[in-house]
Write a protein that binds this ligand. Sequence first.
Ligand SMILES: Nc1ncnc2c1ncn2[C@@H]1O[C@H](COP(=O)(O)OP(=O)(O)O)[C@@H](O)[C@H]1O
Ligand SMILES: [Mg+2]
Length: 511
Amino acid sequence: MPDQVPAVRLSSITKRFPGVVANRDIDLVIARGEVHALCGENGAGKSTLMKILYGMQRPDEGEIEIDGQKVSFRSPADAIARGIGMVHQHFKLADNLTVLENVILGAEPTRLGRIDFAAARARIREMSQAYGLRVDPDVLVERLGVGDRQRVEILKVLYRGAKILILDEPTAVLVPQEVEELFANLRELRAEGLTVLFISHKLDEVLSVADTISVIRRGTTVATGLPASGVTAPQLAELMVGSELPTPELRESTVTDEVQLEVAGLTVRTAEGRAVVDEVSLRIRRGEIVGLAGVEGNGQGELIEALMGIRPADSGTIVYGGEDVTGWPTRRRREAGIGYIPEDRHRQGLILEGTLWENRMLGHQTRRPNSRGPWIDKRGARRDTTRIVREYDVRTPGIDVPAAALSGGNQQKLIVGREMSGEPRLLIAAHPTRGIDVGAQAAIWDYLRSARAAGLAVLLISADLEELIGMSDTLHVILRGRLVAQVDPGTVTPEELGSAMTGAGRAGDAG
Ligand SMILES: Nc1ncnc2c1ncn2[C@@H]1O[C@H](COP(=O)(O)OP(=O)(O)O)[C@@H](O)[C@H]1O
Ligand SMILES: [Mg+2]
């Protein structure tokens, strides 16, 4: 069917943001009924292009054609009306509603002025059947795991009549088994005639699910419409980065026998008394990176908060540098040399409206160089911010701009620089490289490696299994608040780790 009108044609799309051209003269053709992978490293411009196609952003230049007709979207509603749907990386479901309520939200079928739940339920059942997207319409979303939530998001989009489905890095939140399920769903959608645009920077995924591949590098298409059957992973990697990819890998061991952190029987309960952290015991020595693998929501957040003194421990002890710090407030722990890279840099790590130097002080107000005695020392803070910008290669026009002006990678380098200042002896790093570009990611791995060599003890939490395997000296698996396995990062594969994370596998010893 060579002469078929393509489902999507993007021509000469350019989109500029202050200081960066996110998309530069991009051409892309998506045939109807194919799974088309758009790949490129972090920051290449993939999401921007998809947001343009979905009407969330307006291109500065260029044209969009859907089914051969020129369109101009002012909002996602316009795109939805033309049969385009998008599943975002961060789900937007309401936890306290059922699957059914979420799916129909804002598109409720009515009968005699009332919501026709029976009709909606029947339609959802029919759709889940047709597309192999098994979910129970009447279960509360808060009860669902990540894979199910994603299926609900897909259903929601299909319910609105999408014929072209955009999935922006859908596998980033999934363990390998869930990835396989998602791919089966995508193949089913293709069989039903839908067009799927699948965004990823993972080569093996792209090669396994796509019919056709396009590659973006630094905002421009470097390859379009490659048949997946005719291209290899190394070729794709080269197209994506122009050279070899940096990898998270530790070289020689720097682990000492000096214990920096010893956690014993730590338990944290919810208000209802459920143990979300359940008798966790672990030890981190100086010069050691201890990784914690787990599907999100298995207690890792609460564990970190207990270690930082943000949340009280119900029982157990935290001994840091030989001292029992279990009852210490957060500030005292920080002052004693515990650095903290929080999971959500926008909510916890930075004040986006604040300048870089104000952010330098955040959580560190009571210490030099930010204060002298009881007084804030702005000059000291400013000077040290300049040092961090230089040493950590934070790309910024200056230290007086708001943190919001920086890219995600540069925001994260600022946080890492801040948390590494004052020579911490323990660093708690939650998803330190999530959502940042490859260059910044490699830089952060380097900082962690050299701090480790200098004797820093690190607790690393990450959803990126390759990062965990590559960076950890010791690797634990957490499931429902318990450390259920310890695996050897030297030999474990991401698949085995994924199995252990869902409790399916038998990787290593319990403990
Ligand atoms: N709303 C925005 N404001 C300013 N810069 C942005 C915005 N969105 C994206 N960028 C920048 O555009 C570039 C491409 O980003 P993005 O499209 O998110 O890449 P990808 O999805 O491939 O990782 C990056 O440098 C990013 O920092
Ligand atoms: Mg993106």
